[in-house]
Design a protein around this ligand. Structure first.
Ligand SMILES: [Zn+2]
Ligand SMILES: [Zn+2]
Length: 349
């Protein structure tokens, strides 16, 4: 099958590799769509092989295939799998258990001794025609959810995990820092929950335009305007909840300075290098810092339901669609400022 393989730090190549087979408790999906995640860019740059500062969630190894935001059709069903058959439209949490150890046989997939994250380290992901998944992590897609939306369930669930941590009521002044796919996802969930007082800060004009289509109170360029002041003018107070969705060095300190006294900073941006905050300012303001990692199966279910009901206009974050062959060149483009928001790899028949 065709796949995009990690060859060396910052280098991808499209190659022909063996198609995966379904072991006990596993299925093989024919991939229909897979999003390119910012963490894949980070993994290839900083978390490659044994170098860099990547974690097991971000690392990628020589010869591996990335891609953890995917959906597709069941192509092959392994022994002992109930409830799925070839042709079913599904997505999966990007987790893989072995299906064979004592915990797996007892139905405790999360306790598997060789638990892995699909598309990281040595576990092949969905920048490929086929990907191996584990039945306990599969979810069916309702007919109203197309494949493009199906591959957005993972990043939308990351955003939902962050929003669920926010101490929110309908009038809470909120600031979303960054309108990349995660910031846009946070914005969509805040809108879906009828949180009214939301300002977005985003320096890129094209991303700011995407944020505007989700109708926050305002989108400001933080290099020209103080977003906390804008929020104070429009909503009567500085941000009580700041969602940090940038993950670059320095943005955490900005988030803590922009937050209101007694406020909360929810950190979703995945900064790969050590960063500084000013503890003195945080203490004086009595701030809560909340770091949000990932999601649960329930978050995936909530996201699928919201997509099926049309409560999230998620596809607007997709700025580019590419084939597998176009992925290496797209990684180059994604490094440039003002690059695309969400890039979707789509498989055509
Ligand atoms: Zn991701
Ligand atoms: Zn196991």
């Amino acid at each position: 099958m065709k796949a995009v393989v990690c060859k060396a730090q910052s280098r991808l190549a499209v190659e022909d590799v063996p198609k995966p087979a379904a072991g006990p408790g596993q299925v093989v999906l024919k991939v229909r769509a897979c999003g390119i995640c910012g963490s894949d860019l980070h993994a290839l740059e900083f978390g490659f092989a044994d170098g860099g500062v990547g974690t097991r969630y971000a690392l990628s190894s020589v010869g591996n295939i990335m891609g953890h935001e995917f959906c597709g059709e069941v192509a092959e069903v392994g022994p002992g799998v109930d409830g799925f058959k070839p042709g079913d439209r599904v997505t999966s949490l990007p987790f893989l258990n072995c299906g064979e150890c004592a915990q797996c046989r007892a139905g405790n997939a999360a306790q598997c001794r060789v638990f892995r994250v699909i598309g990281s380290a040595n576990t092949p992901g969905a920048y490929a025609e086929y990907v191996r998944c584990a039945a306990p992590y599969l979810l069916k897609l309702p007919a109203q959810v197309n494949f493009r939306q199906g591959a957005l369930i993972e990043p939308l669930s990351v955003a939902l995990g962050g929003v669920n941590r926010g101490r929110l009521n309908p009038d809470t002044p909120c600031l979303v820092m960054g309108a990349g796919p995660i910031g846009l996802g946070v914005l969509m969930w805040l809108r879906a929950r009828r949180i009214r007082n939301v300002v977005v800060s985003e320096p890129s004009a094209s991303r700011a335009e995407l944020a505007r289509r989700t109708e926050p109170l305002a989108v400001v360029n933080p290099r020209q305007q103080n977003p906390a002041e804008t929020l104070t003018q429009l909503a009567g107070g500085p941000p009580e909840v700041v969602f940090e969705c940038v993950g670059a060095k320095g943005t955490l300190a900005q988030a803590t300075s922009l937050a209101a006294a007694g406020g909360q900073v929810v950190v979703i941006g995945y900064c790969m290098v050590p960063d500084e905050i000013n503890p003195h300012e945080c203490i004086n303001k009595n701030l809560t810092l909340d770091f949000s990692a990932g999601y649960t199966r329930a978050d995936f279910e909530t996201t699928i339901e919201a997509l099926a009901n049309g409560r999230l206009n998620a596809e607007l974050m997709i700025t580019d669609r590419v084939s597998l062959d176009e992925v290496p060149a797209m990684f180059e483009r994604l490094h440039q400022p003002n690059g695309p928001a969400k890039v979707m790899i789509e498989m055509r028949d």
